[in-house]
Design a protein around this ligand. Structure first.
Ligand code: GLN
Length: 283
C-alpha cells in the first residue's frame, strides 16, 4: 500500500490505513512504529511522521493485509499480563489457555517446593507464568522443536525467571525415570482436516503445534497414557483440549488410573481443560 501524501500526520495514517485493515490493527501497528500508547495517538493527531516511520508502517500494514497475525508482526503477545516473544515457530498464546494456568496455580502451594512439567511448551508462556507466580516451583518445560526451545529460553531470560529449565524432548521421551507433582500441557488437538487450519491466523502457526490426527486426540491420548509413570502419587495432570474433547479426555484419565477427575470451562463457556489426580483418591 502507498499513502497519498508525503506530509502525513497521525490522523492521516489512521484514516487511510483503516481502508485496508481494521482500525484496532491500524492503531496497534502505528503505536509499535512510533513507540507510543493509544492515548498518545489520540492526543497528537496533528503530529507528522518522518519518512522512515511511514515506510516501516506501510510494510507492517502490507504484512497484515496478507493475513499475517499481529502477534508475529509485532513479535510479541501478552499472556497472563506478561509479554512473551513469539515467532512462527511457536503457537501464539491464547486467552483461553490462561484457564490452564489458573488451575495449575490452584494446585501449587506458594510455600512448598514442587516439581512441575510443561509438555510442548512453545513460547514457554505456561511454564514461565507458573514459575513467576510460584517461586518455589521447579519447572521443567519441554518441546520437540529446537526453534521453539530457543523462543522459550529467550522468554525465560527476558522475564527474569530462573526456576524454569527448557529442554528438548518429544513429550516424555527425554524424561525417563523423572517424576513430577504437576504435569500440564496445551498439546495440539485440532482435527487434521479442520478447515480452520487453512484460515486466518492458524495458517501462519506451526501445524505441528495445532493438529493431532483424525480426531485431534493423538497427543492427548499419548500424554494421558504415559503421564502416570511421570507423576508422584497425588500429583495432578492438567490438559487443555478442544470444545468436544472433554468427555473423551475424562474417559482416558479414568482408564489410566486417575481419580478426582473433572473438566472446567473457559470464559467462553467451552469445556477447555480436563484434570485428574494420579492415585486412588476419594472424590
Ligand atoms: N485453541 C487453539 C485453536 O483452536 C488450538 C490450540 C491447540 O491445538 N493447542 O485455535
Amino acid at each position: 500500500m502507498n499513502f497519498e501524501t508525503q506530509h502525513i500526520t497521525i490522523a492521516n495514517v489512521l484514516s487511510q490505513a483503516r481502508n485496508f485493515i481494521p482500525y484496532h490493527d491500524v492503531r496497534i501497528l502505528l503505536q509499535s512504529v512510533l513507540k507510543v500508547n493509544h492515548a498518545y495517538l489520540i492526543a497528537h493527531p496533528e503530529q507528522s511522521l518522518i519518512p522512515t516511520q511511514i515506510q516501516t508502517f506501510q510494510l507492517l500494514v502490507t504484512r497484515r493485509v496478507s493475513g499475517e497475525p499481529i502477534a508475529y508482526i509485532l513479535g510479541e503477545r501478552e499472556f497472563y499480563s506478561l509479554k512473551f516473544k513469539v515467532n512462527p515457530s511457536v503457537l501464539i498464546p491464547r486467552p483461553e489457555t490462561e484457564l490452564l494456568v489458573d488451575l495449575a496455580l490452584e494446585k501449587i502451594s506458594s510455600d512448598i517446593p514442587c516439581k512441575v512439567l510443561d509438555l510442548g511448551t512453545g513460547s514457554g508462556a505456561i511454564a514461565i507464568t507458573i514459575a513467576k507466580l510460584r517461586l518455589l516451583a521447579n519447572v521443567t518445560a519441554v518441546d520437540s522443536s529446537v526453534d521453539a526451545i530457543a523462543v522459550a529460553k529467550k522468554n525465560a531470560k527476558y522475564l527474569n525467571v530462573s526456576n524454569v529449565h527448557v529442554i528438548k524432548s518429544d513429550w516424555f521421551e527425554g524424561l525417563a525415570g523423572e517424576r513430577f507433582d504437576l504435569v500440564i500441557s496445551n498439546p495440539p488437538y485440532v482435527i487434521f482436516d479442520d478447515p480452520r487450519l487453512s484460515q486466518g491466523d492458524l495458517r501462519f502457526e506451526p501445524q505441528l503445534a495445532l493438529a493431532a490426527g483424525l480426531d485431534g486426540m493423538d497427543c492427548i491420548r499419548l500424554i494421558i497414557s504415559s503421564a502416570a509413570s511421570h507423576l508422584n502419587v497425588g500429583g495432578w495432570l492438567l490438559i487443555e483440549h478442544g470444545y468436544n474433547q472433554a468427555k473423551m479426555s475424562r474417559q482416558l484419565l479414568k482408564k489410566a488410573g486417575f481419580s478426582n477427575i473433572f473438566s472446567r470451562s473457559d470464559l467462553a463457556g467451552i469445556m477447555r481443560v480436563s484434570c485428574g489426580r494420579y492415585g486412588n483418591f476419594l472424590q
